[in-house]
Design a protein around this ligand. Structure first.
Ligand SMILES: Nc1ncnc2c1ncn2[C@@H]1O[C@H](COP(=O)(O)OP(=O)(O)O)[C@@H](O)[C@H]1O
Ligand SMILES: [Mg+2]
Length: 259
């Protein structure tokens, strides 16, 4: 597909020798929002980490194509430079590094931008304001002592500053209150542009009201077992994953048994 930004083919991945992703296929065209839903432990965060090239996860089969290029073996920094970004489910605390200097370094490393300090500061203040935060927040050490909601806002701040072509959001809505979800999802939605796409991992519909998905995929036991339009998310909210679980247990078990 010419308009394809991300293509995942028969992806198998394991962590500490345990197979988690078991033949995952996914295609995300440019400009689209795709939601990934699925029960706890189905491999959603694993998929996000494997897409970013996290060293703890081993790809044992299949490949990841980004803008037509096979990035399966590329280190994380190379992927970031090509336009991939992950907002972590559990952002790590980085003592001794202010959020501000981290962002400035990231802009330099990922985008090759070396803005004059005043210009950078002005841009940062604008982005912070849109997220309901003040400059004092960016002076604090990255994620150190941040509340759950502040950590998620900080991930979105990075996304807003870096403007990636593919933004993966791993449960960015969890830990935020209702107003926080609205603010954050609107701040993410405002970065939509025709050439960029979003992979939104979530359990809840609320974030999807602002970031309306073009496609919804259900991940179960390391595979995409169902894809549909935005209505699939609403359907899941009513019926839960349990119906799919019973539907799919035999296949998933057989799959797990194969070497
Ligand atoms: N770093 C890790 N070390 C050990 N097990 C892991 C690691 N990451 C994920 N797993 C295991 O992989 C499975 C899928 O986890 P995960 O991808 O976090 O699921 P989800 O995000 O869908 O809840 C779980 O059984 C989890 O315990
Ligand atoms: Mg997860």
């Amino acid at each position: 597909m010419e308009n394809e930004l991300l293509r995942i083919e028969d992806l198998h991945a394991s962590v500490e020798g345990k197979s988690i992703l078991r033949g995952l296929n996914l295609s995300v065209p440019r400009g689209e929002v795709h939601a990934i839903m699925g029960p706890n432990g189905s491999g959603k965060s694993t998929l996000a980490n494997v897409l970013m090239g996290h060293p703890s996860y081993e790809v044992t089969r299949g490949r990841i194509l980004f803008k037509g290029e096979d990035v399966t073996a590329l280190p994380p920094d190379e992927r970031a430079r090509r336009g991939l970004f992950l907002a972590f489910q559990y952002p790590v605390e980085v003592p001794g590094v202010s959020t501000m200097s981290f962002l400035r370094a990231a802009l330099g490393a990922v985008r090759g931008e070396d803005q004059p300090v005043r210009e950078f500061r002005r841009r940062l203040e604008g982005e912070l304001k849109d997220l309901g935060m003040e400059l004092a927040f960016a002076r604090r050490n990255l994620n150190e002592g941040f509340s759950g909601g502040e950590k998620k806002r900080c991930e979105v701040l990075q996304l807003r500053m870096l403007r990636p072509e593919l933004a993966i959001l791993d449960e960015t809505d969890s830990g935020l209150d209702i107003d926080g979800i609205r603010l954050v999802s609107q701040a993410v939605a405002a970065t939509r542009r025709p050439e960029a796409s979003f992979l939104v991992i979530t359990h809840y519909l609320r974030i999807l009201t602002h970031l309306v998905p073009d496609r919804v995929h259900v991940l179960f036991a390391g595979q995409v077992i169902r894809s549909g339009g935005a209505e699939l998310a609403r359907e899941l909210e009513v019926s839960g994953y349990e119906a799919l679980r019973s539907e799919h247990r035999p296949a998933a078990t057989a799959q797990a048994g194969t070497p």
